[in-house]
Design a protein around this ligand. Structure first.
Ligand SMILES: [Zn+2]
Length: 323
C-alpha cells in the first residue's frame, strides 16, 4: 500500500499569560521557526485572538512546506474534545463561563487548518513523554512545580483527560485535609505546600528573611539556611503524599517533575523518594522512578507541537479500532 506523503510540518502555539509564541516544527520535534510576543492580556479578552492569529500567520509564512495542523498549548483550562479554552487568572475575562471555542476560531482564521488545544500542563506531559524524561514509558505523570502545580497523566500511552478535560489535577489532591488555603478555593492541596510561592511563604513563617521566591529558598537551603531547608523538606514530604496517592491509582513507571523540582532536585528528590517508599506498596515503588524534567527551555515549544501530534495519533488509533 502506498500513501501520498503526509505534510510533516506542524504549527504550535504556546499561549501564556505574559508571553506567547508560535513555532513551526517537525514531527521529530525540530523547531524550524519561531515568533514570540507579549500576550495582550491587559487589553481585554478581545485582543487575544487577533494577537494569536498574527503570531500564527507570521510563523506559517516561514514554514518550508504545507502544515498538517495546529496545536495550541494554553495556559488556561482547556477541553481538547470541544476545542474550548476557559478563563484563567492570567487571562481575565477571556473564556468566562462557556469558554472560547479557540480551535474553531483559529481554524477559520488559518485557511481551515485543523486546530487542537490542550491545557499547557497536559501538553507538557505529552512533550516530556514523547521527547523528554518520559520517553519509552506507557504510564507516567508529569508535574510542573512552579507558580502553581499543574499536572498531566499518560495512562496506557495516552493522555488521560477525564470527562471535562480536568483529569489528573495532582496539584490539588488534598495532602493535608483542612490544611492551608489553596488559590483554587480548596484547602490542604499539594500546591499550597509545594509550589514556588508556597515554599517561599512557609520558609518565611520559619523565619527565612531572603527574597520570597522558591528559587531564593532553594539557594538559601543549599547554603544551609535552616528555615529554607525546613520549607523544602515539608514540600518534599507533601509531594510524596500526593505522588503516593497518584502512584497507587496509576501505578506509573515514571514521574517527571518540572520547574522548581529541576532546580532543587538535589534537595527535594532524596527525601521525596524516601517518603514515597513508606507510603506505597513495594510492587508500586520498586517499579517507579521519580526524575527531573528534561526539556528545559524547549518544553513550551514542544508542548505546543505535541498538542497537535498526540491528537493526530489518537485519531489514527480510533479510526482503526473495531467499533
Ligand atoms: Zn487547590
Amino acid at each position: 500500500m502506498t500513501h501520498p506523503p503526509a505534510p510533516t510540518f506542524v504549527l504550535g502555539i504556546d499561549l501564556g499569560g505574559t508571553k506567547s509564541a508560535a513555532v513551526v516544527g517537525t514531527t521529530d520535534g525540530a523547531v524550524l521557526a519561531r515568533v514570540a510576543g507579549p500576550t495582550p492580556a491587559r487589553e481585554g479578552p478581545g485582543a487575544i485572538l487577533p494577537f494569536l492569529v498574527g503570531l500564527a500567520r507570521a510563523a506559517q509564512d516561514m514554514a518550508p512546506g504545507p502544515l498538517a495542523g495546529v496545536g495550541v498549548s494554553a495556559g488556561a483550562p482547556a477541553d481538547a474534545r470541544t476545542g474550548r479554552v476557559f478563563e484563567a487568572p492570567n487571562l481575565p475575562g477571556w473564556g468566562h463561563g462557556e469558554g472560547v471555542p479557540l480551535a474553531d476560531l483559529l481554524s477559520s482564521e488559518l485557511d481551515g487548518l485543523p486546530v487542537r488545544v490542550e491545557n499547557d500542563a497536559d501538553a507538557t506531559a505529552l512533550a516530556e513523554h514523547r521527547f523528554g524524561a518520559g520517553r519509552g514509558t506507557r504510564d507516567m505523570a508529569f508535574l510542573t512545580v512552579g507558580t502553581g502545580i499543574g499536572a498531566g497523566l499518560i495512562a496506557g500511552g495516552r493522555l488521560h483527560r477525564g470527562a471535562r478535560g480536568a483529569g489528573g489535577e495532582v496539584g490539588h489532591l488534598a495532602v493535608e485535609p483542612g490544611g492551608r488555603a489553596c488559590a483554587c478555593g480548596l484547602r490542604g492541596c499539594l500546591e499550597a505546600y509545594a509550589s514556588g510561592p508556597s515554599v517561599a511563604r512557609i520558609a518565611g513563617e520559619h523565619g527565612f528573611l531572603g527574597e520570597a521566591t522558591g528559587r531564593a529558598v532553594v539557594e538559601a537551603a543549599r547554603a544551609g539556611d535552616p528555615a529554607a531547608r525546613a520549607a523544602l523538606l515539608q514540600a518534599a514530604q507533601m509531594l510524596a503524599r500526593g505522588l503516593a496517592t497518584l502512584s497507587m491509582l496509576l501505578n506509573p513507571e515514571r514521574i517527571v517533575l518540572g520547574t522548581l523540582a529541576v532546580h532543587a532536585s538535589d534537595l527535594l528528590l532524596p527525601p521525596l523518594r524516601a517518603a514515597l517508599r513508606d507510603l506505597t506498596w513495594p510492587r508500586i515503588h520498586d517499579g517507579l522512578t521519580v526524575v527531573p524534567a528534561a526539556l528545559g527551555d524547549r518544553a513550551q515549544d514542544l508542548a505546543a507541537l505535541c498538542a497537535w501530534l498526540a491528537g493526530e495519533e489518537e485519531t489514527t488509533l480510533s479510526s482503526v479500532a473495531p467499533a
